[in-house]
Write a protein of this length. Structure first.
Length: 188
């Protein structure tokens, strides 16, 4: 790992990638979980495009599915609960330019996750890290473009399974704060 505070982002044509310190505080690990890698490919965004709270939402969703529901992270359930949104109206925001948002009406269906709303300066704390396999796209120059996959919901065929999982979630006696605390304690 090479520290790179305040310097330019990317060293092209190397086996290194830019990684933000705040991503690790919110659950990012290497190798990257296959669910996160699949989301990046589906959304056609780079890891650098994600806001740290998006990393936290994804990390907690993965942990909640595996540790509390006893299932692998479920893409249709995820799409039912969340959608990806571009920060601000402009197209110039690259680093942290997209974030997850709980869909309208889903607050009662899922966990309330406490988020740090003020992360000022998070994008200044970064370093280079050697890429691991499988490689994850982490291009700090990639400008994310809104896509249909960012807001798609589950099809009618998939909704029966999503409804079963939502019923399973209702049966779990916990809240987002406890799930987040358990997730963080287990990582330490």
């Amino acid at each position: 790992m090479a520290a790179a505070l305040g310097g330019p982002f990317l060293m092209r044509h190397t086996d290194e990638m830019v990684v933000f310190e705040d991503y690790f505080w919110r659950g990012l690990g290497f190798p990257v979980h296959p669910f996160l890698r699949d989301l990046l490919e589906l959304w056609m965004v780079s890891l650098c495009n994600l806001h740290p709270n998006t990393i936290l939402h994804i990390s907690i969703f993965i942990f909640f599915c595996e540790a509390y529901l006893g299932i692998l992270p479920h893409l249709n359930l995820f799409h039912h609960l969340f959608w990806l949104k571009k920060r601000g109206g402009g197209g110039s925001k690259v680093v942290g330019g997209v974030y997850l948002q709980l869909r309208n009406g889903m607050a009662g269906e899922y966990l309330t996750v406490p988020l740090n709303t003020s992360l000022k300066g998070w994008n200044a704390r970064w370093f280079y890290m050697k890429q691991s396999h499988p490689v994850v796209c982490c291009d700090a120059d990639h400008i994310p473009e809104s896509r249909k996959s960012w807001s798609e919901t589950s099809s009618c065929v998939d909704m029966e399974q999503v409804r079963e999982l939502l019923d399973l979630i209702k049966g779990v006696k916990t809240n987002g704060g406890l799930v987040a605390a358990s997730f963080i304690n287990r990582r330490i």
